[in-house]
Design a protein around this ligand. Structure first.
Ligand code: NAD
Ligand code: UDP
Length: 329
């Protein structure tokens, strides 16, 4: 089976490639390297001892993407390519709608033209808006307060409508919670350019001494210790969830939360990171961040039941593997 992974040189896509190659799939990657480097493809090959067929293309570029479909017999696609910074999406909405919605449209069009009937999409828990956690797949989607979130909700709608119109098509929407961690080898991981927006990359920068202090955005939420609660999931568990989704060739549209079902507070994550890696993480509590929700975590039972998939790795594994990657990179 040949699987096309768009955005396969990126953080999540690269770990998906490793999981696929380990399970005997052949992998084709289409990535324009907007937020990634070619050396990640070489690291995937080093970890797995298998080759990746790499195409440096923009998924929005219809002609360039077509050549990938013409030159390969593709059995399924996993669509990870996209921009992902919430704050940037507020400043540059057009770029976000164009890239994230545009890439989904171009890719699904090629899938129909070339009779590729399995489509797995990287969606996000952000589409639940302020539904009360634990959130589950039956809940109605609510506004997300930022263009990034809206591009995910729109892509989901486009894929649902397309699946209804094309009964052979199997679409799986995977709603990720908070992916962290790295492959245990420390060869691939998350490497954001500039100042990180997300908590875990910020913690690692502070632990390395690159930033003086972590700012904790609020300690007056109605949560266990007042800091924000999220469902952190090891990126290798997340990657394995995609392989499980490919096994499940249900017709029509299937939606799954990929999370652990456990909520962890900012302070709990900071303390766990310090304890596991034996490093200090200085922090200061500041004002809440605009648009943040107090608590977001998954009801993860549907994926367990239908896909026979559950997150296996602990918070300690996430903290250890991210630190191994930081030391090696
Ligand atoms: P990433 O930026 O590391 O990876 C995305 C990859 O897509 C990059 O390699 C980038 O170069 C590529 N890309 C972007 N636009 C492209 C285009 N038009 N054509 C070809 N390649 C393009 O991000 P990530 O964290 O690996 O996220 C992967 C997907 O998962 C994204 O769609 C993101 O929205 C989604 N997601 C991520 C998170 C998270 O916390 N990381 C959470 C929920 C959903
Ligand atoms: N957070 C924080 N300081 C930071 C980055 C994040 O206190 O520098 C908090 C944030 O308020 C939230 C949690 O950490 O409660 C996770 O934030 P992240 O941006 O990683 O994920 P998201 O909020 O998008 O789920």
């Amino acid at each position: 089976m040949n699987i096309l992974v768009t955005g396969g040189a990126g953080y999540i896509g690269s770990h998906i490639c490793v999981s696929l190659l380990r399970k005997g799939y052949s992998v084709i990657v289409a990535d324009n390297l907007h937020n990634s480097e070619i050396k990640t493809i070489h690291k995937i090959e080093e970890i797995t001892n298998h080759e990746v067929s790499f195409y440096e293309v923009d998924v929005c570029d219809s002609a360039a993407l077509e050549s990938v479909f013409v030159n390969n017999q593709i059995d399924g696609v996993i669509h990870c390519a996209g921009y992902k910074a919430v704050g940037e999406s507020i400043e540059q909405p057009v770029a976000y709608y164009k890239n994230n919605v545009g890439s989904t449209l171009t890719l699904i069009e090629k899938c129909i033209k070339y009779n590729v009937n399995q489509f797995v999409f990287s969606s996000s828990a952000t589409v639940y808006g302020n539904n009360v956690s634990p959130v589950d797949e039956t809940m109605e989607l609510l506004p997300t307060t930022n263009p990034y979130g809206e591009t995910k909700a729109m892509s989901e709608r486009i894929l649902k409508d397309t699946a209804h119109a094309n009964p052979n098509l199997s679409v799986t929407l995977l709603r990720y919670f908070n992916p962290v961690g790295a492959h245990e080898s420390g060869l691939i991981g998350e490497n954001p350019k500039g100042i990180p927006n997300n908590l875990m990359p910020y913690i690692t920068r502070v632990a390395k001494g690159e930033f003086e202090q972590l700012q904790i955005f609020g300690d007056d939420y109605p949560t266990k210790d007042g800091t924000g609660v999220r469902d952190y999931i090891h990126v290798m568990d997340l990657a394995e969830g995609h392989v499980a989704a490919l096994y499940n060739k249900a017709e029509g549209v299937s939606i799954y939360n990929l999370g652990t079902g456990e909520g962890t507070s900012v302070l709990e994550l900071v303390n766990k990171f310090s304890e596991v890696n034996n490093v200090d993480v200085n922090y200061q509590v500041v004002e809440r961040r605009d648009g943040d929700l107090a608590s977001v975590y998954a009801n993860a039972s549907k994926a367990a039941k239908d896909l026979n998939w559950e997150a296996k790795r602990s918070l300690a594994d996430m903290c250890r593997d991210v630190w191994t990657y930081e030391q090696r990179k």
